[in-house]
Each structure stands twice: as structure tokens, then as C-alpha cells.
Design a protein around this ligand. Structure first.
Ligand code: GUN
Length: 291
């Protein structure tokens, strides 16, 4: 069993991006990070995005509207950022407070600044295998993690657990692409799937993205499979100073001995998501080269 080290692979990407940014002429790339309210996980994720941006030489602008912001005002804020020639990428951290239509917010962001890849146009480009768009960061990070770990998906059965816009659907679209590193046979499972363990046990590569702590147990995994754990849940742990520990969608102690390769939580997919956001921001800067 090999543990795929997301921190190490993300660090290699940061190194590459730093060198690329140093060759850019004109102003630095710039990302606007919008965090609505004080969701503790979002506070931590946005902080990580700021830190990695600074390390690469990407400017980040932190915008912190209160959880009570009306949707119309959030739209107005996005419109301003869309019009701002000094901003290359816009990220609105999910989840948003109840009462705000998250998909409508993602659609409000100009497609050419949508470094999250959640806009209708970018998802359409992904389906059409048009590489001029932006691909959602977590699925892009998963594919990069697999590629750089020497895993070929071609002809393999990839089972994606979860059908979210942020991970499950775009991950499935990427894995099935007509690309040398993709070409997988893909099954998407979700809450209404019947006989789930029988399907997940067929997976050569299992991508778990449902956000349920330690849901995937040893009986659901084929020996020798590659397991990518996307979930991050906080579970109470009295031995920790914070009172909690982070765990994934996979019950790591029982599943990991079975696997050929597995990603840990934390330190697997998480840092890759942030690295791919930075990669998309540099791509946006190149698209926006006239300013
Ligand atoms: N929340 C969890 N993952 C993501 C992500 O990739 N982008 C945004 N905007 N919010 C998230």
C-alpha cells in the first residue's frame, strides 16, 4: 500500500507556477476570494488559498461580506469584480448561507474569470473537451494527483461516489475524456443508488466525494484498488486541543491495508484543490493579458 502525498505533489506544482509567474510581464495575477459569513471550514480553506497565492506571487483580494448579505448585493459585488480589469479570477467560497442560490451565484461570475469552473459555459466546455475553459479545481487536482503518481486510467473502471457540481460530476466528465491519461469507464453513484457496495467493489479507482465521515468501509473496496478520498469532515475528538479531528469519506484504518494506493485526509486531495485554483488563476491572467 502506498500513500499518495498530496502535499508533496502540490508543492511541486507551486514550484512550477512560481517559475511561470516570474516570466509573466505586467502586473501580477490577481484572484478575488469572496467568503460570505464565518463558516469555520471556509475560514480555513480561504486562508490556505491566500497563503499559497502569496507563495506563488499571485495577489489575492479578500472580500468578506456578512452571512446576512442579500443575494442582490452579492450579485452587485460580483458584477463589480467582473468589471474590474485588475482582477483575473473570482472565487466565491461554497457553502453559501441558506437563502442564497449558489448556482445562480456561480453563473453570475464572468466565465473568463470563473477559476472554480462552475459556470455553465465552463462545464459545457468540459463536456465538449474544449480546453480553453476552466476545470473545477478538486476534480482537476484528482486527475493531476493520479497522473503524477503514475496511475493510468485508460480502460479502468472509475467509480465516483457523489454527484455534486463541485466534485462528482466534473470528476466523471474528466475521467471519461478521450485523452491518453483518461479514457476510463465511469460509474457515478449517489444516495439513490441501490446495492452500492456491489458497485464500489468493482472499482479499480474509487473516488469518494459524498461528505459523510468514514462512509466507505473495507467491504466496499476491491483489494488492489486505488482510493481517492475527497471528503473532509470534522469529528469530535477529546484528545485534540481543538476538540475535533479531520477525517475523510473513507474509513482509513480498515480500507488502507487493502489498497494499492490511497490518499490521506488531510494531506491528500485538499492541497491539490488549492494548487489547481492557482493554476487556473495563472491561466486566467494569460487570457486577460491586455491589462
Ligand atoms: N467549497 C469546497 N470546495 C470548493 C471549491 O473548490 N470552490 C469553492 N468556491 N468552494 C468550495
Amino acid at each position: 500500500m502506498e500513500i499518495i502525498d498530496g502535499n508533496q505533489i502540490a508543492a511541486a506544482i507551486v514550484h512550477e507556477l512560481k517559475a511561470e509567474v516570474a516570466t509573466l510581464t505586467g502586473r501580477q495575477p490577481c484572484i478575488a476570494l469572496v467568503r460570505v459569513g464565518e463558516d469555520p471550514a471556509s475560514v480555513s480553506y480561504v486562508k490556505k488559498k491566500q497563503v499559497m497565492a502569496a507563495e506563488i506571487g499571485i495577489e489575492s483580494r479578500l472580500i468578506l461580506p456578512p452571512a446576512t448579505i442579500p443575494q442582490a448585493e452579492l450579485f452587485a459585488l460580483i458584477d463589480q469584480l467582473n468589471a474590474d480589469e485588475g482582477v483575473d479570477g473570482i472565487l466565491v467560497q461554497s457553502p453559501l448561507p441558506k437563502g442564497i442560490d449558489e448556482v445562480a451565484v456561480f453563473r453570475r461570475i464572468a466565465a473568463h474569470k470563473d477559476v472554480d469552473g462552475f459556470h455553465t459555459l465552463n462545464l459545457g466546455k468540459l463536456a465538449q473537451e474544449d480546453d480553453t475553459g476552466f476545470v473545477a479545481c478538486t476534480p482537476a487536482g484528482i486527475m493531476e494527483l493520479l497522473r503524477r503518481s503514475g496511475v493510468s486510467l485508460s480502460g479502468k473502471h472509475v467509480v465516483v461516489l457523489g454527484r455534486s457540481l463541485i466534485v462528482g460530476k466534473p470528476a466523471a466528465l474528466l475521467a471519461v475524456q478521450r485523452k491518453a491519461w483518461a479514457n476510463a469507464t465511469v460509474t457515478i453513484c449517489h444516495s439513490q443508488t441501490t446495492n452500492l457496495p456491489a458497485i464500489t467493489r468493482q472499482a479499480d479507482v474509487l473516488i469518494a466525494a459524498i461528505g459523510k465521515a468514514e462512509f466507505v468501509t473495507a467491504d466496499m473496496v476491491k483489494p488492489g484498488a486505488i482510493v481517492i478520498d475527497v471528503g473532509v469532515s470534522r469529528v469530535p475528538d477529546a484528545t485534540k486541543k481543538s476538540g475535533y479531528r479531520l477525517t475523510g469519506d473513507v474509513h482509513f484504518p480498515s480500507v488502507s491495508p487493502l489498497c494499492a494506493k490511497i490518499t490521506p485526509v488531510p494531506g491528500g486531495v485538499g492541497p491539490m484543490t488549492v494548487a489547481m485554483l492557482m493554476k487556473n488563476t495563472v491561466k486566467a491572467r494569460r487570457l486577460n493579458q491586455s491589462t
